[in-house]
Design a protein around this ligand. Structure first.
Ligand code: PLP
Length: 366
């Protein structure tokens, strides 16, 4: 499999473990809830969970993800970050020891009315300013009291909130969110959590008892102003494929669908076996870098379903079969995301099932 000449995502578990150690170093007093939703941000749900050595719990978005972890042998606590979606899920949570967020009245009522064989660990989600999920400040006291009185809820309660702008370093909303979270939970006994990757990296005052790293664990920056490697993190995913053709073009000739790029000089065009059918974005513009034989070469022409084309240059000595890296080692996914006009989260998460994932360690090389 590792010799596949088509698109392969190489997942370096040594890099994952390095990143987890670095997070511990940056949040030394906090427990670590490793966020593995969306197939481990495209890196493989179960494989990431199994290799996330030194983490205390896992965070997922869907009950199906939690159950996949359980059937894969994961025994550590698992938290549903958005809570359960249906009252029918509650017995499943009890049976499988899955913790839940409570962010709204409907979930609270479902908990109050359920007949369960055990209690559920509940994280009360507070809306401290993002205004997506969570209980509003004026409702905190009522929710806390009703949860305390609910026999289906394990005590003490836990408290959770989420930043809306922590990726912008000087946004004053973040400080206001921390202050509100701190003030509300001041006299509560339970453990607290507000920081995801950006909070972990930029706001030590937001770490509390639990931090919830997602993207930074995968070695990708949550910020637009830097790459994770500048902060000592290592990319876990390297997405690569191979050159399957090299064509000589004459000045003035165009490449690909729509003929939207043409060469100003005679040059060599490399055809690489990866396209939007693999999750490489079709919106990547001409000039988006691809790493081939020690240098970056620019995307030239529209990305198609199974292939993309790059300008290797007139003097290129590349050969059919050579490796091309779309992102990862030597080419930060953050850089590609800037060209595409999206965030790196979306690029790594959107790989399709056609891409083979292989799990490697440092000494095994690419
Ligand atoms: C996805 C998610 C995280 C992780 O966010 P990153 O920016 O990837 O670190 C943390 N908390 C919640 C509630 C999430 O939904």
């Amino acid at each position: 499999m590792s010799n596949s000449k088509a698109a392969v995502a190489c997942i370096n578990t040594d890099a994952l473990q390095h990143n987890i150690q670095l997070i511990h170093h940056q949040a030394p007093s906090s427990k670590l809830l490793a966020v593995v939703k969306a197939n481990g941000y495209g890196h493989g749900l179960l494989e990431v969970a199994k290799n996330a050595v030194g983490t205390d719990a896992y965070g997922v978005a869907r009950i199906e993800e939690a159950l996949q972890l359980r059937s894969g042998g994961i025994v550590k606590p698992i938290l549903l970050l958005e809570g359960f979606y249906s009252p029918d899920d509650l017995p499943i949570l009890v049976t499988n020891n899955i913790q839940t967020v409570i962010h709204c009245e409907e979930q609270l009522v479902a908990l109050e009315q359920a007949e369960l064989d055990g209690s559920v660990v509940v994280w009360l989600k507070m809306d401290t300013g993002m205004h997506r999920l969570g209980v509003r400040p004026e409702q905190y006291d009522e929710f806390i009291e009703r949860l305390h009185n609910c026999k289906n809820v394990a005590k003490p309660l836990r408290y959770i909130s989420h930043f809306g702008c922590a990726d912008e370093l000087d946004n004053p909303i973040t400080s206001r969110q921390i202050e509100l979270f701190e003030a509300t939970t001041e006299n509560c006994q339970g453990e607290r959590s507000i920081a995801a990757s950006s909070g972990i990296l930029s706001r030590p005052d937001s770490h509390f008892e639990w931090v919830r790293p997602g993207i930074i664990m995968y070695g990708v920056s949550p910020f637009s102003h830097n790459d994770a490697s500048q902060m000592g993190y290592r990319p876990v995913m390297t997405l690569r494929s191979h050159l399957i053709a090299i064509n000589e073009l004459k000045a003035g000739e165009s490449v690909g669908y729509g003929a939207n790029w043409s060469t100003e000089r005679d040059t060599k065009i490399g055809v690489i076996a990866i396209g939007y059918g693999d999750g490489y974005p079709r919106t990547a513009p001409n000039g988006t870098p691809v790493f081939v034989n020690g240098r970056k070469v620019p995307l030239a022409g529209r990305v198609s379903m199974d292939m993309l084309t790059v300008d290797l240059g007139p003097d290129a000595s590349d050969e059919v079969g050579d490796v091309a890296v779309m992102w990862g080692d030597n080419l930060p996914v953050e850089e590609v995301a800037r060209f595409v006009g999206t965030i790196a989260y979306e690029l790594v998460t959107k790989l399709t099932s056609r891409v083979i994932s292989i799990y490697t360690k440092d000494h095994l090389g690419q």
